[in-house]
Design a protein around this ligand. Structure first.
Ligand code: GLN
Length: 541
């Protein structure tokens, strides 16, 4: 019988509910149970694809091409698994499904109502995931915090599921305990209020995770226990940590997995968290590797940036930790190179640079200048999606000699459209069909032997995830090859260039796909691995 754990927020958002859910999954997995995780986003957007990254943070893409919340990425990373579109829903996707069913007469002439039909649709999806994955545990993270109008119907679904499956549903509340600077004391009152609010939705949490900047002391555990009506051992301390990968390890200091198993009257199967503990109990390595990410940045602070590029950052960490290095990651604004080209010299201070994905014109010439500098100065470079397209434009202009070459995304009348739109994509844009219409999800890629790509992956057939509308224009391929560019990865079905690289360079590799989306802490991505190896070599040279 599947066990369902709902993870809900209290007090405030942004305290790491996604990472908490992922960490719960990890510790249950390490007790020998199979786990899957679902995310519910209360917004009306059908998926995350149409949202601006500054608004939303990174848009994560699954193998089956869903554009979703970055938390799905956290689940994949912590659970070391790939998740499908079944595991994600939004208010918009639920309503859309219910309305479509109604239009198809699937409610048999009944009056279709918000309650019970909306929560029932939610429950149907949760049960579908349980049936499909046959997981022992299905974790369901409900976005937002208790008391918000937006997520009420999802809480209602949780309450109804508990009624339907007595003994098989638990609720975990992730709360926050502030330490007001004037008092210097951790306060439990907001948590007490949050529990009351959740109670008013008919839900009593079974476990409370107390997020704070420091560990929870005994008196406060006691207080939360008494006032929130839960056993003291079910109050889990979750202080801020240096690395998110230490959270599962921290949870186990409070015997968290045992508490969950006890709640469901289950026994540990085999303890096998050793790899995780070995890899992440101390990532504070003495030696570092310095990586710069060149992008178009907004003056909204490092937090937004970290949020928008989370998979890239995590992929850098995975490969660095694996090679016993502490990564130092810097944000470099591409526009500064446009304003003052002499600042390109600062790129020398890095062991390796990444130009990540992106859209639009801002900062693009700066990125092209940076790529030229990295190419000419033998500095390790990894280009991701837009980063690859810019590498193609740079090579076209400065090596092949195609003056004013560009991507048609930015300049439709360029004399040399070296990056152009895919025909089916032009059709989508013409019809204003913007949602979920990019080239999305996993596509096969064939690697050419004796290339860096092949050296990294050690296999010829790979599959990687995509999210873009533009592609390398094959009309220029022969010219590029003659000028020394290597097309080391090709999608054979459509003859699309997926990886480009240079020979006489320590590491100059760029991909049309997003390798960062598939990197896992216990299984770092092969391209990031080789990139970090080259960066370390540069540092040591
Ligand atoms: N803007 C580019 C395209 O649509 C690249 C997209 C990306 O980097 N994800 O093709």
């Amino acid at each position: 019988m599947t066990k369902y754990i709902f993870v809900v927020g209290g007090v405030m958002s942004g305290v790491g509910k996604g990472i908490t859910t992922a960490s719960i999954g990890r510790i249950l997995k390490d007790q020998g149970y199979s786990v899957t995780a679902m995310k519910i986003d209360p917004y009306v957007n059908v998926d995350a694809g149409t949202m601006n990254p500054i608004e939303h943070g990174e848009v994560f893409v699954t193998d089956d091409g869903l554009e979703c919340d970055q938390d799905v990425g956290n689940y994949e990373r912590f659970l070391d698994t790939n998740i499908t579109r079944d595991n994600y829903m939004t208010t918009g996707s639920i309503y859309l499904a219910v309305i479509n069913k109604e239009r198809n007469l699937e409610y048999g002439g009944k009056c279709v109502q918000v309650v019970p039909h909306i929560p029932e649709e939610v429950i149907e999806r949760i049960e579908k995931v349980s049936a499909k994955t046959k997981a022992d545990f299905v974790l369901i993270e409900i976005g937002g915090t208790a008391g918000e109008y937006e997520n009420m119907l999802f809480l209602e679904a949780g309450r109804m599921l508990k009624l339907k499956k007595p003994g098989n549903v638990a609720f975990v509340m992730v709360s926050y305990l502030p330490v007001p600077s004037l008092l210097g004391e951790m306060k439990t009152k907001p948590t007490q209020h949050a529990v009351r609010t959740l109670n008013s939705a008919g839900i009593q949490p079974d476990i409370i995770i107390a997020r704070s900047n420091s560990p929870l002391d005994e008196p406060r555990k006691e207080k939360i226990s008494v006032f929130c009506n839960i056993p003291k051992e079910n109050v889990i301390s979750a202080p801020d940590v240096k690395s998110i990968y230490q959270i599962p390890i921290n949870f186990e200091k409070d015997n968290f997995s045992t508490i969950i198993l006890k709640k469901f009257k289950l026994k540990p199967r085999q303890r096998n968290g050793h790899d995780w503990i070995k890899a992440f109990s101390n990532t504070n390595y003495e030696q570092d590797v310095r990586i710069g990410i060149v992008g178009k940045y907004f003056s909204t602070g490092a937090f937004t940036l970290t949020d928008s590029y989370i998979s890239v950052i995590e992929a850098i960490k995975h490969a660095s930790y694996n090679q016993k290095r502490r990564p130092i990651i810097d944000w470099i604004n591409a526009e500064k190179f446009e304003d003052d080209p002499s600042t390109l010299e600062t790129l020398k201070d890095y062991d390796g640079l990444i130009i990540p994905g992106g859209f639009g014109a801002r900062g693009i010439e700066g990125k092209i200048m940076a790529i030229k500098y990295l190419r000419e100065n033998q500095i390790p470079f990894l280009g991701l999606c837009y980063g690859m397209q810019m590498a193609v434009v740079e090579f076209a202009r400065n090596v092949v000699g195609l003056k004013d070459a560009h991507t048609t995304e930015i300049n439709e009348s360029t004399p040399y459209p070296v990056i152009h739109i895919l025909p089916e994509q032009a059709e989508h844009l013409k019809n204003k069909n913007f949602g979920g219409s990019m080239r999305l999800g996993a596509y096969a890629c064939n690697l050419v032997k004796s290339t860096k790509a092949h050296k990294a992956y050690k296999t010829e057939n790979i599959s990687e995830r995509h999210r873009h509308r533009y592609e390398f224009n094959n009309e220029y391929k022969d010219q590029f090859i003659k000028a020394g560019l290597i097309f080391s990865g090709i999608n054979l079905e459509k003859n699309l260039a997926e990886i480009i690289e240079l020979k006489n360079h320590p590491f100059f590799v760029a991909t049309q796909f997003h390798p960062e989306l598939k990197s896992k802490p216990l299984n770092p991505h092969p391209l990031f691995q080789l990139f970090i190896t080259s960066a370390i070599q540069k540092k040591e040279a």
